[in-house]
Design a protein around this ligand. Structure first.
Ligand code: PEP
Ligand code: MN
Length: 363
C-alpha cells in the first residue's frame, strides 16, 4: 500500500503517518518528491484496510500497489532518483564538484575489470579522469567462473582505489561479493557494485540495503525485468534508496557476442521505475569492436549512463582485457556520446585538465 500525502502536508503529518505504520508493526518508507511525499508500506503480510489512514491529516490518497514491486515503482516516486556524491578535494587541493547518477548529466563509470597493481590502476585512472568520466571502476574481489583465475587483490586493491579517489577526484565503484568484502568496500569506496552473479543473492542484497553507500546493481544473466526490479526492491526494502541498475547483457543462443545486450530493457525500466539504469557494453559484448557502437546505442536509447572497461595495456590484463577500451578509444567514445546526448537532452562532462599525473611507470 502507498499513502500519497497532500502537496501541502506538513513534516509532522508525514511523521504521524509513519509512526502509525510502525506502530502497526510495518515499515514506513517516506519518499519526498517534487510535488508531494509518498509513503510506501512494507512488511504487511496482506492488504491493509485503507480506512486506517484515510482520515489522517495531510493524507491525500491511499493507493493499493498492484505491481509485485513497490518502492522501485513510479507509483511510489514519480520523479527520477538522482544519486548524489558529495564534492571532494584531491590531495593536491583541486576542488571536485558534486557528481550524480540519474540526473541530467550522464554518468560514465570507467576503469579496468580488476585492480592488478598500483601502477596499472593509476595509469588507467589518469586517463579516465582526463576523459571527463567522474567514476572509476575496478574489482578487488572478482567473482570468476574458474577458481583458478585471478581472484583480485582484496583489501590491497581497495586501498589503491581509495588513493585514486584522493589523487584524481574520481568516485570509486567496486564489487562486494559477501559480508566480509562488503564491510571493506564500505570503508574504502563510494558505491557498492553487486555483480550479475549475485543479483539474486538475497542475503547480500539485504545487507547492502542496510549500507550508507549507494548500490550499483547489475542484472543477472538470466533475470527477467521483474526479477531485476525485485532485486532492487530487496535493497530498498531495507532502507537504502540509492540504487542504480545496470544492464550488462543476458544469455541467449546468439554466439557473436559474449552476451546479448538487451537494450529494450532501458525504456522498459523507465516506464516502471524511478531508478536510473546504466548500460555496460563491455560485459554485454565481450569484444572491443562492439563496445563503442553499443555504448552509443545505449545513450540513444535513453540510458542514464554507461559503465565501460578500460585498460592502458589490455593485452596484459589479468581479466577481461579483450573487452577493455584503450584510453584513446575512451576519449573517442566520450566525444561520441557528448554529441548523442544532445539528442536525448542530456549532458556529458567535458574532458578534464588533470594536473595530478599518475606518476608511475606503466607496466
Ligand atoms: C564486472 O563488472 O567486472 C563484472 C564481473 O560484471 P558482471 O557481474 O556483470 O559479470
Ligand atoms: Mn570484467
Amino acid at each position: 500500500m502507498l499513502i500519497v500525502m497532500q502537496a501541502h502536508a506538513t513534516e509532522e503529518q508525514v511523521a504521524a503517518v509513519c509512526s502509525k505504520i510502525e506502530a502497526l508493526g510495518f515499515r514506513a518508507h517516506s519518499m519526498p518528491g517534487a510535488g508531494r511525499t509518498a509513503i510506501g508500506i512494507t512488511g504487511n503480510p496482506g492488504a491493509l484496510d485503507t480506512g486506517l489512514f484515510d482520515e489522517m491529516k495531510g493524507v491525500g490518497e491511499v493507493v493499493r500497489v498492484t505491481k509485485p514491486f513497490k518502492l522501485v515503482s513510479l507509483e511510489v516516486k514519480p520523479d527520477p532518483t538522482i544519486i548524489r556524491f558529495a564534492a571532494l578535494k584531491t590531495d593536491s587541493g583541486s576542488n571536485i564538484p558534486e557528481a550524480t547518477i540519474g540526473g541530467n548529466e550522464l554518468a560514465v563509470i570507467a576503469g579496468p575489470c580488476s585492480i592488478e597493481s598500483r601502477d596499472q590502476a593509476f595509469a588507467v585512472a589518469e586517463r579516465v579522469a582526463r576523459s571527463g568520466a567522474k567514476f572509476f571502476r575496478g574489482g578487488a574481489y572478482k567473482p570468476r567462473t574458474s577458481p583458478y583465475s585471478f581472484q583480485g587483490l582484496a583489501e590491497e586493491g581497495l586501498k589503491i582505489l581509495a588513493e585514486i579517489r584522493q589523487r584524481f577526484g574520481l568516485r570509486i565503484v567496486t564489487e562486494a561479493v559477501d559480508d566480509d568484502s562488503l564491510a571493506l568496500v564500505e570503508k574504502y569506496a563510494d558505491m557498492i557494485q553487486v555483480g550479475a552473479r549475485n543479483m539474486q543473492n538475497f542475503a547480500l542484497l539485504k545487507r547492502v540495503g542496510r549500507s550508507r553507500l549507494p548500490v550499483f546493481l547489475k542484472r543477472g544473466m538470466a533475470a527477467s525485468l521483474e526479477d531485476f526490479l525485485l532485486a532492487a526492491e530487496y535493497v530498498m526494502s531495507e532502507g537504502n534508496y540509492n540504487v542504480a541498475l545496470c544492464e550488462r547483457g543476458i544469455r541467449t543462443f546468439s554466439d557473436h557476442a559474449r552476451n546479448t545486450l538487451d537494450l529494450s530493457v532501458v525504456p522498459a525500466v523507465h516506464r516502471l521505475s524511478h531508478l536510473p539504469i546504466l548500460v555496460d557494453p563491455s560485459h554485454a559484448t565481450g569484444q572491443r569492436f562492439q563496445i563503442q557502437p553499443m555504448a552509443r546505442a545505449a545513450i540513444a536509447a535513453g540510458a542514464d549512463g554507461i559503465m565501460v572497461e578500460c585498460h592502458h595495456a589490455p593485452e596484459k590484463a589479468l581479466s577481461d582485457g579483450q573487452q577493455a577500451l584503450m584510453p584513446d578509444q575512451l576519449d573517442h567514445l566520450m566525444d561520441d556520446i557528448r554529441r548523442i546526448a544532445t539528442v536525448v537532452e542530456r549532458t556529458v562532462a567535458a574532458p578534464r585538465a588533470v594536473t595530478e599525473v599518475a606518476n608511475v611507470a606503466t607496466r
